[in-house]
Design a protein around this ligand. Structure first.
Ligand SMILES: Nc1nc2c(ncn2[C@@H]2O[C@H](COP(=O)(O)OP(=O)(O)OP(=O)(O)O)[C@@H](O)[C@H]2O)c(=O)[nH]1
Ligand SMILES: [Mg+2]
Length: 447
């Protein structure tokens, strides 16, 4: 009814969409392919509703300076040339408008927000406005998971001691973060340690080299680390200093990203299940914790929600839909899509997260935004331009592991060897990349 009235009054409908997921999860490729399909509607196997037509697609220039423009045509060119877009080093947004034949007189506007996945690790910094609460949250995550012992053990031992020096504390915390990076654990926070504010990532190296190179904050003299309550009580000066740096970081780096996400009407949560299986249980636990932290922000009563309500007069909870998406589904054998193992693993991992927002409509999808493999029928093998040992980038057949029916209790990196492939996209821009399930996700997030 509301849409009909809007249609008769020729009002415009605008939907803000935020695409989230850890670094390398597929956000930029997802958006590049989706925008190509909307732009060249009808040229790719992309269907909306019952024969809905999308016409008059227009890119809308951005008025605001931040975030910068999402460079769709450059990323589309990358795919056409057989390479993946570069990893994102800054936030960006794409705004467009188009007509839908199922919406009588009005047009649909959509904004798509993309950002560097490293920043998802700062969700807890946005969720907790209080430094000690944040400290407790991060330290308990380290303490809860035995596979953190190696990376965080020395730090946890140090903060259990009595003599705490600022420089030693920050040094040991930087070594902890360096250890997480080397173990492919995405929960590196503050995330500027991994990707700084200029978008420069950490160089490869030893724990000591990375810890010496990088900073845990916004500047050399603006660093912070989590402290247990007892240490805060015994070292009030140090705790005060850490709390000040925490708040500066929260304002400068974390809140701009998460404010944008929490203003979205639709959220796409990309989960890269092949890389979680390939990366081991630690990577899975981290990704899950990051999702829980992110949804903590989106809870009506969260600190951020209350903050936004207080400071942004016009702000109101606008999130109405969340699409959980098992991305890069073309890296899994279609047998494990048909037998619903892939979507099963996605639902198991995200069910609790979805329950945190009972007022929001959630759906689960399997998707490959740039489908770059072909199945070998009857056997668990795929054909693709496998990235390993294939300088000519030829199509090769290779084996893929069977998906487990449920998440195993424990597994190590390498137990599920999934491989990266080069993109297989038309060089002709008129024809969007091959996809699977992208149109279903679009239908849901634009609904
Ligand atoms: N096979 C396949 N690989 C994909 C697909 N989408 C992404 N990838 C792979 O995932 C990598 C990361 O994709 P991006 O879209 O850059 O990931 P992102 O989430 O934007 O990463 P950050 O910018 O680092 O946060 C790519 O370089 C590809 O190797 C897909 O649909 N199919
Ligand atoms: Mg990206």
């Amino acid at each position: 009814m509301r849409k009909f009235i809007k249609g008769v009054l020729n009002l415009r409908e605008h939907r803000n969409v935020a695409v989230t997921g850890i670094a390398g999860g597929g956000k930029t490729v997802f958006l590049t392919s989706l925008i190509s399909h909307l732009m060249e509607f009808g040229q790719g196997n992309f269907h909306v509703g019952r024969g809905v037509d999308i016409t008059d697609f227009r890119e809308i220039p951005r008025r605001e300076k931040w975030p910068p423009f999402f460079a769709h045509s450059a990323y589309r060119e990358d795919l056409a040339r057989g390479r993946w877009p570069e990893k994102s080093t800054d936030c960006s947004e794409y705004v467009c408008r188009f007509r839908r034949s199922d919406w009588m007189l009005h047009t649909q506007g959509m904004s798509f927000f993309d950002f560097p996945g490293e920043r998802t690790a700062d969700a807890a910094i946005a969720a907790f406005s209080d430094y000690e609460q944040w400290s407790g949250h991060v330290l308990s995550h380290f303490e809860r998971h035995h596979d953190y012992a190696a990376a965080a053990g020395p730090y946890l031992d140090y903060v259990r001691g009595h003599e705490i020096s600022r420089d030693r504390l920050l040094h040991l915390y930087r070594e902890t973060l360096a250890g997480l990076i080397l173990n492919y654990k995405p929960l590196v926070t503050p995330s500027t340690f991994l990707l700084d504010q200029q978008g420069v990532p950490a160089d490869p190296g030893t724990v000591q080299e990375i810890a010496a190179e990088r900073i845990a904050g916004t500047a050399e003299n603006r660093q912070f680390a989590p402290l247990p309550e007892k240490v805060c009580r015994e070292n009030p000066g140090l705790a005060r200093e850490m709390s000040v740096e925490f708040r500066i970081y929260r304002k400068k780096v974390a809140l701009p990203v998460f404010e944008k996400i929490s203003r979205a009407g639709s959220l796409v949560v990309l989960v890269d299940i092949p890389s979680l299986l390939a990366g081991g249980v630690g990577r899975y636990n981290d990704n899950r914790q990051i999702l829980l932290d992110l949804f903590e922000i989106l809870r009506p009563s969260s600190d951020l929600g209350t903050l936004l309500l207080r400071y942004l007069r016009f702000w109101r909870r606008s999130l109405s839909r969340v699409a959980f998406v098992a991305a890069k589904a073309d890296l899994v054998h279609p047998m494990d899509v048909e037998n619903r193992r892939l979507i099963g693993l996605l639902k198991m991992m995200t069910r609790r997260t979805a329950e945190m927002l009972p007022q929001v409509k959630c759906e689960w999808f399997v998707c490959s935004a740039c489908h770059s493999t072909f199945p070998v029928p009857g056997v668990r093998r795929l054909k693709g331009r496998i990235a390993r040992g294939n300088p000519e980038r030829e199509f090769k057949e290779y084996s893929v592991p069977e998906l487990p029916e449920a998440w195993p209790e424990n597994w190590a990196p390498g137990d599920y060897p999934f491989f990266r492939v080069y993109p297989d996209a038309p060089e002709n821009y008129l024809i969007p990349p091959r996809h699977m399930g992208l149109d279903r996700v679009f239908e849901f997030i634009s609904g």
